[in-house]
Design a protein around this ligand. Structure first.
Ligand code: HEM
Length: 300
């Protein structure tokens, strides 16, 4: 369900800032993060799926950023909610390509306007600072599509940024050399496997334990996989889980090897290469516009 009220990207960013106050000049979400550099190597399967230059097989330099969804710049890593991994593929001579992903396999809503309703439901009461469980119940009653994402959290705190799986949520179109198009979701699988921590134990670790762990764990490797849509999948619905077991195609390997300063990176979910087409869902377009407005807001 999309709400009657629609918002411009600028209004959405202002509304987010009211609901989830962030410190000046920090991101409205994912403010806590660590940037890294590395390299991506595509495998032959990738070039069969798409003509995109990043999938041709040579080394592609990348800049990435690991982050926690919630949590301000001084928050505790055990309490930052879901984690994000954004990767910018920077092949010399080509426009850059961005892939933003996070640890949930599906999303709560289908549009930016519905996301503002979600933020309003999870924001604490402005008078008392207390959570508002009735607002969340009201939201889930009106948005049954949020159920899969709300049920997907493991209940564990992150053990490391490099031992999580990251999902890019939207279905992207992949154009092959013969012009055929396949729809798939992209995901990063950690080579060290998946681990989590008891949230109470994690809360006793240093507040920036994920950043500290990251520096120690590099180089770290992730496989890039395409989860190909199969008959019966709600291909263009970012809130819908797809068939299980999935039809996975390994596309390549990412090596992340060095922590760098976060050079005010500005990821855009629609910064895609020739050889890939934009998601058909409304969410991707709304995100792209809101991220640009949020960035203008934080650098002004
Ligand atoms: C309508 C839904 C969404 C809204 C309104 C939203 C909003 C935002 C905003 C405002 C930022 C900060 C942008 C900046 O200042 O540069 C951000 C960052 C981010 N979002 Fe979203 N988001 C949404 C959905 C998603 C989804 C579906 C994903 C997962 C694929 C995601 C993953 C991320 C990540 C990983 C970052 C951090 C980017 C970085 O490291 O710079 N978001 N989001």
């Amino acid at each position: 369900m999309t709400t009657e009220k629609d918002f411009t990207a600028g209004e959405s960013a202002e509304r987010m800032a009211e609901l989830l106050p962030a410190e000046p000049h920090t991101r409205l979400l994912h403010s806590r993060g660590t940037a890294v550099t590395g390299v991506f190597h595509a495998e032959a399967t990738a070039a069969e799926l798409s003509t995109a230059a990043i999938f041709a097989g040579g080394p592609v330099p990348v800049v990435g950023r690991f982050s926690g969804t919630r949590g301000d710049a001084h928050g505790h890593d055990a309490h930052t909610g879901d984690q994000g991994l954004s990767v910018r593929f920077a092949l010399p001579g080509e426009p850059v390509v961005d892939l933003t992903a996070f640890t949930l396999p599906v999303f709560f809503v289908r549009s930016g306007a519905d996301m503002l309703e979600f933020f309003a439901a999870i924001a604490p009461d402005p008078g008392t600072g207390a959570p508002k469980p009735e607002a969340m119940t009201d939201f889930t009653d009106r948005h049954p599509e949020a159920a899969a994402a709300l049920a997907a959290g493991s209940g564990l705190a992150p053990a490391s940024y490099v031992s999580q799986r990251y999902h890019a949520i939207h279905a992207f179109g992949f154009i092959a050399h013969d012009g055929t198009q396949s729809w798939a979701r992209l995901e990063w699988h950690p080579e060290v496997g998946l681990t989590g921590l008891d949230p109470v134990a994690a809360g006793r670790l240093p507040a920036d334990y994920l950043a500290r762990d990251l520096a120690r764990r590099l180089p770290a490797h992730f496989g890039l996989y395409a989860r190909l849509a199969v008959d019966g999948d709600a291909v263009h619905d970012p809130t819908a889980l797809w068939a299980d077991p999935p039809r996975l195609l390994r596309l390549g390997r990412l090596r992340l090897d060095r922590v760098i300063d976060d050079h005010d990176l500005d990821f855009d979910p629609l910064r895609l290469p020739t050889g890939m087409t934009a998601p058909r869902d409304r969410l991707a377009a709304d995100r792209s516009a809101i991220y640009a407005a949020a960035r203008r807001r934080r650098i002004r």
